[in-house]
Ligand binder design. Sequence first.
Ligand code: ZN
Length: 52
Amino acid sequence: MKKKECPSCAMNVDESSKECPICGYGFVEATPWIKYMAIFLIILFLLTYFVL
Ligand SMILES: [Zn+2]
């Protein structure tokens, strides 16, 4: 079983676990659409900045 390190308590926990069993830290994967939205907003900002 693959392990990953908890960024909160530095314990090795299961790769598949959604939260750390020791400290309860939630391994929330950044949802892709937020990244795309951020990139889109940056592009939109740059476009309006250069146009105006
Ligand atoms: Zn932890």
